[in-house]
Unconditional design. Structure first.
Lengths: 374, 522, 458
């Protein structure tokens, strides 16, 4: 009789049932790939084929799984799949993948599962279009062009549309209203109103776009809010942005040692979906560099000074106590009260004269907030 | 209240912004509403009308389409509501990023009312939980404390601290177990809040958010003394009233916010309650009157370690394997951001700082695309949703078009147009396209909201090369100038540092004073 | 809901190793087995090993699973062994060679032409569209169901002899001297399943019967899995089919799984029932819903409203649905588009006595809940759900589980280890520590385990 408990049937929305959307962000910068190929003997076409096999493997997991591919090209971000819907209004139900002109090829080529085939054909076709529209001059002009922030933003908005019915990340919704929206989207949903899980894989050969720090960070936080892990497969040059992206969102960060074997890395490290990740320990980089670089001398710091207005980081109080970023006169006097550290790390360079000149003020004041003013 | 706009003087060339929005940015929502009313009244500055005199009937706006359906209007209204929430002041404004806030919850018998479901009490606590999470999400380097008003006393629920988990546990353990009882005492709670905030450093803000369910307060002394001392201590008070407006609350808010009562809101329903409460998660605008003194803070950027064997963390004395090591005293803490329990150094990650940047540089509002410009796009750029096609022009609506010229006029007028469209939902079915003024890319309403509320980037601007954006400069809509510096647009050209510098300089020039005149900081 | 469809696959799991080896010779089958019959974690393992040329040490696979997820891990391993997908040799795992090759072919598209169906190269003069196929499938399938509940109205025809034979063979119906063929208890529970599992149930019965008719089960399964990977609305050529499979087409046409304009036609169209064969459960609720499901995410096909006072309102005029409702509810009144009913203790007891379980009733009601009801969480009123379960349990004072008893262990330590292992792999039903006995539902792995322990101790 003790089998009767009502709790069981409250769980029928098991998260296990949700399918996964995989968004692949692929660097297509020809120059970067060419340079990379020299050092690693992994060419772009072969990398693309391996990625497509990876995408197929993802789709093979479940009928409802979806995959989208976004190109991070030299002149901006392009959707490779789903390709630009253009003018045709297709039935959204018959997958975003169908393309009328591909039917022809499909007739002849039936050795492939149709879902796989459609994705591949679409990606290859869009990629060919993309390359056809790229001039050699443009390639030479932008050796390191990368629109990481844009690609991430596009991926996230797409995920927001597919997985949350456009309602994700809604900070202040009316509960009742939200409910009905979720249901109009139909199908299974979990408590956050998502109809699918999602993950992003960034395959990158370009260095960090340093000028996109804020937008990239913004995208990372948005991904974090949506609980979308950002996996990173960094083929060349390690990167701080992407490391932080993977770390903050709980994704996997890998720098393959043998890029020729890309596929195996993809299959082992990046394929597991939301459910499998709960029970797997995935290979990822454990120690992430969180230290900040100061704005004035680009030194990497572990203790620094932060402007309270614009949050700029300095390695020493700026000249004249004026923040060089926001031109606000800063109250440096507040630092005077700083307690000297209880134990000075022996190797540490002197931070600042003001601190040094201060007599050790003992434990009591050291326990105060460092920026405290009285 | 319609005349409250006169309190403000807009920034020098802010004429391309809506009138009311230049006001206290902390309450963008309310001001939008105000401006709406101002438009509705025949003569601005005529006799003041009370809220209830101005009834808006939703059915007045409904227009039948050519085929007799109202689908177009319905979509329009839906999108207008969605967007209403979204439109906020996008001028980069100096905000108090480092905040200290005391959340005061009413736990008096008034909270047993069931006008909010399930009860005021339970809903408030639920929202309080969401508030804590959201607050720390938005303000990672800020601090919070929670106080309850219970049975005439102030009840301390959680101490000033920066760890959301602590507050959530405290709420669960202390607030949920309390039975709402007795009267509420504003004075006791405010005094306790003041004591909490008294010791906070000057560079941060000092705020109180008061949830007030009762209509009366039982105080031991003169509440006005408390109000004055709050003003003296530079504490800003926001109040969310659950029942009706209370005079003393209004006075309290006015006095602590330099005569601006927009921080006092009385809820209409559950959704509005949440909205008012969540509005307080946005960092407040720093007033010119130097509420807080900018200063330089010493902070540690610890690195994470993973140890082979578990060891005690110095913050909770728990056995943990991983943690962050304070760079000054090498104590191990398990949670960031925090203050090192041994040496008192503020420990944060650089990502925490980055999290606050979007408050400093908000994303520009996008403008609604009129049908005349809609032909350039067929689908949302970023989520690939197809847009409705231009059928309305082929089958124009014949019935009851109030101002057929309005839509046409607005396109030629440029920037002023979208504002008008927003005020009175357009009578044509909406194009459901929204365009960024810099990269001219068209997006759908959901992406618009998502970009403004979650990503804080324009996917279009980030995805187009500089030259492309430049080449599009002459397309519709015209770029908004001055004040609204969209970093996203400038982004690719400038390094972050100069970006910040540029933006902040501009912001200094166009800073908005709550008082009567515009001042330039120092 | 998923469990029902999964059950249909349990039948397949019992097949012999030789049959599996032959099954894996087709990429479509390898893919379908991978997709439908493996738990999530097992899929992950397979993918990790698929492009690895060397066998993987078991320990390294084990190392990447969280220690507290042991049960899932064991389940995954067990399933992989059971389906002969992995070969365990000297502490390493390797994928079955055929399976590996064929699954790779499926992913990379390196298979023979036509391994995922051979589309017709000529234009069909009498081309049919997807809507037609959906209608056709629904009509055919519903006619079978109508026949089972015994209302052959003007709208539905009597299904063909082959179908009747199959129903009789599967004991879904039985010959009754008085009233011809009548539905059995098994039939009732069949009715309450969702369409996808109904289709599978019927196809497995077909498989069963076919074996008696000396048709090659591997051929049949190949074809079924192939059907699952075809494209809706595309016509396929019969050229690439084996004679057995050609013979099957005729039967499948009767079920509404494929469409052929006439039996001599050399092309066939798979319907949604076919293309859904290897897809997830999400798809088809009822034949009528099949149509609505043409656009996924559109679940506006529920018709049942259940109130907390056990009243039920069904917006339907389909005799089939009414007949099904009549199985577990007391019908009160009928209007042109609405039936009101009441769930009572009697009605549920009656249903249970027919062999329908409470779970089936609840699943059915959940699956067909009205969109209005769907806004609630949980969808059905908990009181009603609980009460239905309680009513079922009233009659179940005792629960029988078939299984195996292990006793008389040599040492207590041994006993404890086996207990723990049995619990880990989820087969432990009952244990008595004092008497040193345990009861498990499956014994193969346990026996293996004990043997291994004995070996290593030696």
């Amino acid at each position: 009789m003790d089998k009767v408990d009502g709790t069981e049937h409250y769980n029928f929305k098991a998260p296990a049932d949700l399918a996964t959307l995989q968004v692949i962000i692929l660097d297509t910068n020809p120059l970067a790939w060419a340079t990379f190929e020299k050092s690693s003997s992994l060419s772009f076409p072969s990398a693309l084929s391996q990625l497509l096999i990876f995408a197929n493997a993802h789709l093979a997991f479940s009928q409802s799984n979806r995959c989208a591919v976004i190109a991070n090209h030299i002149d901006g971000v392009h959707f490779l799949s789903p390709a630009d819907p253009g003018t045709d209004h297709r039935d959204p139900g018959e997958a975003d993948l169908t393309l009328e002109d591909l039917k022809e090829i499909a007739q002849k080529n039936a050795s492939k599962y149709r879902v796989f085939r459609l994705l591949e054909d679409e990606v290859r076709a869009s990629y060919r279009r993309l390359i056809a529209n790229t001039t050699p001059e443009a390639v030479m002009a932008s050796p390191n062009a990368s629109y990481l922030a844009g690609a991430l933003s596009a991926a996230l908005t797409y995920i927001n549309r597919i997985c949350f019915g456009g309602m994700g990340g809604r900070s202040g919704g009316v509960p009742g209203e939200e409910k009905s929206n979720v249901n109009s989207a139909g199908g299974k949903v979990d408590e956050t109103g998502r109809t699918m899980h999602a993950k992003i894989l960034v395959v990158s050969v370009t260095p960090d776009p340093a000028n996109q720090y804020i937008p990239v960070m913004n995208s990372i936080f948005a991904a974090q809010r949506l609980k979308v892990p950002i996996d990173v497969c960094k083929l060349r040059d390690s990167t701080v942005f992407l490391q932080q992206a993977a770390d903050a969102t709980g994704g996997v960060y890998m720098e393959p040692e043998h890029p020729q074997g890309l596929l195996q890395y993809l299959m082992v490290g990046f394929l597991p979906d939301h459910l499998a990740r709960q029970s797997l320990i995935l290979p990822t980089k454990v120690d992430v560099d969180f230290r900040a670089a100061c704005f004035c001398h680009k030194k990497v710091l572990d203790i620094g000074f932060v402007c309270s207005v614009c949050l700029s980081i300095f390695c020493e109080p700026p000249e004249g106590a004026v923040c060089s970023t926001c031109q606000v006169k800063l109250d440096v006097a507040s630092l005077e009260n700083l307690g000297k550290p209880v134990v000075l790390p022996p190797k540490k360079k002197k931070k600042k004269k003001a601190i040094d000149s201060l007599p050790g003020s003992g434990v009591a004041s050291a326990a105060d907030s460092p920026a405290r003013t009285e | 209240m319609a005349d409250s706009d006169e309190d403000f003087v807009l920034s020098s060339s802010g004429d391309d912004r809506p009138k009311a929005r230049g006001g206290a940015a902390g309450s963008s929502r309310r001001s939008t509403r105000k401006s709406k009313r101002a438009d509705g009244a025949p003569a601005p500055g005529a006799t003041r009308r009370e809220k209830w005199e101005d009834i808006q009937r939703s059915w007045d706006n409904v227009v039948e389409g050519a085929d007799g359906s109202i689908a177009g209007t319905v979509i329009g209204l839906l999108e207008a509501t969605k967007r209403k929430r979204l439109l906020r002041d996008t001028t980069p404004i100096q905000r108090g990023i480092i905040r200290h806030l005391v959340l005061i919850l009413d736990l008096s018998s008034a909270m047993l009312e069931k006008d909010l479901r399930p009860t005021r009490f339970l809903l408030t606590l639920r929202y309080a939980r969401d508030f804590v999470t959201e607050y720390f999400e938005q303000n990672p380097i800020s601090q919070l404390s929670i106080i309850g008003m219970h049975d005439g006393l102030a009840l301390r629920i959680s101490d000033m601290g920066g760890n959301p988990a602590d507050h959530l546990t405290a709420l669960q353990e202390k607030a949920f177990t309390v039975e709402p009882k007795g009267a509420s005492s504003l004075q006791n709670a405010l005094e306790m809040g003041r004591a909490e905030l008294y010791h906070t450093p000057t560079h941060g803000t000092r705020e109180i958010l008061l949830i007030f369910g009762a209509l009366s307060s039982s105080d031991p002394g003169d509440i006005h003394d408390t109000i004055n001392s709050l003003v003296e201590d530079r504490i800003q008070v926001r109040i969310v009233g659950l029942a009706a407006q209370v005079a003393v609350c209004r006075e309290l808010v006015m006095k602590t916010n330099d005569g601006d009562d927009s921080a006092y809101g009385v809820i209409l329903d559950e959704g509005h309650y949440r909205e008012l409460m969540m509005a307080a998660t946005t960092p407040p605008v720093t007033r010119t009157e130097q509420k807080s003194v900018p200063s330089l803070l010493m902070m540690g950027f610890p690195s994470r370690t993973v140890e082979k064997h578990e060891s005690l963390c110095s913050c909770h004395s728990n056995l943990t394997k991983g943690g962050y090591i304070c760079p000054r005293c090498t104590a191990k803490v398990c949670f960031l951001p925090t203050e090192c329990p041994c040496c008192g150094l503020t420990l944060i990650l650089s990502t925490h700082l980055a999290r606050s940047y979007h408050h400093l540089f908000p994303l520009k509002n996008w403008v609604e695309v009129p049908w005349s410009e809609a032909h350039t796009s067929t689908h949302c750029w970023s989520c690939q949703t197809p847009f409705p096609t231009n059928q309305s022009q082929t089958s124009p609506i014949k019935i009851k078009i109030r101002k057929p010229s309005a839509a046409a006029a607005s396109t030629s007028n440029g920037t002023a147009a979208p504002e008008k469209d927003r005020q009175q939902p357009s009578l044509l079915p909406p194009t459901q396209r929204y365009a960024c003024t810099d990269c001219k890319t068209h997006f759908c309403i959901d992406c618009d909201i998502f970009a403004h509320e979650s990503i804080h980037n324009c996917p279009g601007c980030q995805s187009l090369s500089e030259e492309k954006i430049k080449s599009r400069a002459n397309m519709w809509p015209p770029s908004t100038k001055n004040g609204d510096i969209d970093l996203a647009a400038v982004g690719p050209t400038l390094s972050m540092r100069t970006q910040v510098a540029e933006a902040t300089r501009m912001l200094e020039n166009s800073k908005i004073a709550p008082g009567s005149s515009m001042e330039v900081d120092n | 809901m998923g469990s029902q469809a999964m059950k249909s696959f349990e039948h397949l799991e019992g097949l012999s190793e030789a049959i599996f080896k032959r099954l894996y010779q087709q990429p479509a089958t390898a893919l379908a087995v991978f997709r439908r019959m493996l738990p999530n974690l097992a899929k992950t393992f397979v993918m990790a090993m698929l492009f690895n040329p060397d066998p993987v040490p078991v320990s390294s696979l084990e190392a990447c699973v969280h220690p507290d997820q042991n049960r899932l891990k064991e389940e995954a391993f067990a399933k992989l062994r059971q389906l002969y997908i992995v070969i365990e040799r000297q502490g390493t795992f390797a994928l079955d060679a055929t399976f590996k090759v064929e699954l790779r072919k499926a992913l990379t598209g390196g298979g023979a032409p036509g391994s995922f169906g051979l589309p017709c190269d000529t234009e069909d003069k009498n081309r049919v569209d997807i809507a037609f196929l959906d209608r056709y499938a629904a009509e055919q399938w519903e006619s079978i169901l109508h026949f089972m509940v015994g209302n052959e109205t003007q709208s539905s025809r009597r299904p063909s002899e082959g179908v009747v034979r199959l129903l009789l063979h599967g004991k879904l119906m039985e010959q009754n001297r008085a009233s011809g063929t009548v539905i059995t208890q098994l039939g009732f529970s069949f009715l309450l399943q969702e369409v996808n599992s109904q289709v599978w149930t019927l196809l497995l019965l077909y498989l069963d019967m076919a074996e008696q008719l000396r048709m090659d089960p591997v051929d049949i399964l190949h074809f079924l899995f192939l059907l699952g990977s075809l494209e809706l609305g595309q016509d396929y050529d019969m050229k690439s089919l084996t004679p057995t499979q050609k013979g099957m087409l005729e039967d499948l046409r009767d079920y509404g799984i494929v469409y052929q304009r006439k039996s001599s036609s050399r092309r066939f169209y798979p319907t949604r029932l076919a293309t859904g064969l290897t897809s997830e459960i999400r798809s088809l609720r009822s034949p009528a819903a099949t149509l609505a499901n043409a656009t996924p995410g559109n679940d506006e096909n529920g018709f049942l409203i259940i109130e907390t006072n056990y009243r039920m309102y069904a917006y339907t005029n389909s005799p089939l649905q009414i007949a099904v409702l009549n199985l577990f509810a007391r019908l009160i009144s009928r209007f042109p588009n609405l039936v009101t009913a009441r769930i009572t203790r009697e009605s549920i007891r009656q249903a249970i006595s027919k062999g329908i379980t409470a779970e089936q009733i609840i699943d059915y009601m959940t699956a067909n809940a009205h969109p209005q009801l769907r806004k609630n969480t949980p969808i059905l009123p908990p009181t009603v759900v609980d009460q239905i379960r309680l009513w079922q349990i009233e009659g179940e004072r005792m629960k029988a589980t078939s299984g195996y008893l292990f006793k008389e262990f040599a040492a207590n330590m041994e006993f404890n280890a086996v207990c723990k292992y049995a619990d880990d792999i989820g087969v432990l039903v009952w244990v008595d520590k004092n008497k040193g006995m345990l009861f498990v539902s499956k014994h193969e792995q346990i026996a293996d385990y004990i043997r291994k322990r004995a070996q290593s101790n030696r």
